[in-house]
Design a protein around this ligand. Structure first.
Ligand SMILES: Cc1ncc(C[n+]2csc(CCOP(=O)(O)OP(=O)(O)O)c2C)c(N)n1
Ligand SMILES: [Mg+2]
Length: 272
């Protein structure tokens, strides 16, 4: 197993611990997005504990903010703060590790979780970089259910209009949202076609839980000039835990003690 994949499974182990301790969080979406976060934070972006104030640090925005549990584990693993603090205190009274991203947590750039805001904020950050001749890149991660929010389409249009090739949006396309399939709840049709129509370069990643495929996509995105890039990552919700995979009910399900044991066992088998 390569180091990035191993890291994503170690982070899955942290996520399961955090979710079980707190009996809160959004485990299905965490497990679908963790390979995207691992690839971005450990291979692609120039973000480290030492450059948090650097104006040229890359910007990362988790627009599908309900999956902040995964992001807290990643930032802890990066050494931005004590990861154990986040795992033990997630969602507990008085902790800054609340259930959606907030800027009181080191390394978090924006408050998010009300879906549909991250892309437009990212457009502003990318446009500012162009105007100020700064070299940072802006990365926004969206959910496919989140794409029902109309504000995303204004963001897409503006990014295409201003040819923001320093902006990269990733859609975690797991075909599920809070209460069912995308098709049933709000059918958005082809998101790849919609991004293309708004003037984006589109890269489709057939296995969005494969860090190798994701790394290649982000390398192509960084080299592409003249258009923003959308990485459409076909993922699996609940990826890595057999009984959670592809089940809408695990959007924010809470594990029993038996399910927790089973989840840990499955991850430890992969990591052995
Ligand atoms: C504006 C807004 N409306 C509704 C919600 C409630 N909500 C939280 S998660 C979610 C579903 C999101 O689905 P998706 O983007 O596909 O996320 P994923 O499958 O990656 O968990 C909804 C509707 C919200 N957070 N914000
Ligand atoms: Mg989804």
């Amino acid at each position: 197993m390569d180091t990035l994949t191993r890291k994503s499974y170690e982070l899955r182990r942290d996520i399961i611990e955090m979710i079980y301790n707190s009996a809160a969080g959004h485990v299905g979406g965490d497990l679908s997005v963790i390979d995207i976060l691992t690839t971005l934070y450990f291979r692609v972006m120039n973000i480290s504990p030492d450059n948090r104030e650097d104006p040229n640090r890359d910007r990362f925005l988790l627009s599908k903010g309900h999956c902040t549990d995964a992001l807290y584990c990643v930032l802890g693993e990066k050494g931005v703060y004590d990861k154990e603090d986040a795992i033990k205190n997630f969602s507990s009274f008085g902790s800054r590790f609340i259930g959606h991203p907030n800027t009181e947590v080191e390394g978090i750039e924006i408050n998010s979780g009300s879906l549909g805001h991250g892309l437009s904020i990212g457009v502003g950050m990318a446009l500012a970089a162009k105007m100020n001749k700064q070299t940072y890149r802006t990365y926004v991660v969206l959910g496919d259910g989140e794409m029902a929010e109309g504000s995303n389409y204004e963001g897409m249009m503006a990014a295409g209009h201003y040819k923001l090739d320093n902006l990269c949006a990733t859609v975690d396309l797991n075909k599920l949202q809070i209460s069912g399939t995308i098709e049933q709840v709000m059918n958005s049709g082809s998101l790849a076609d919609k991004f293309r129509d708004f003037g984006w370069n589109v890269i489709e990643v057939s296995d969005g839980n494969d860090c190798g495929q994701l790394s290649q996509a982000y390398a192509l995105a960084a080299a592409y000039r003249g258009k923003p890039t959308a990485v459409i990552a076909y993922t699996r919700k609940g990826k890595g835990i057999s009984f959670m995979e592809n089940q809408a009910s695990w959007h924010h399900g809470v594990m029993t003690a038996g399910q927790y044991k089973q989840a840990v066992k499955e991850l430890e088998e992969v990591l052995r």
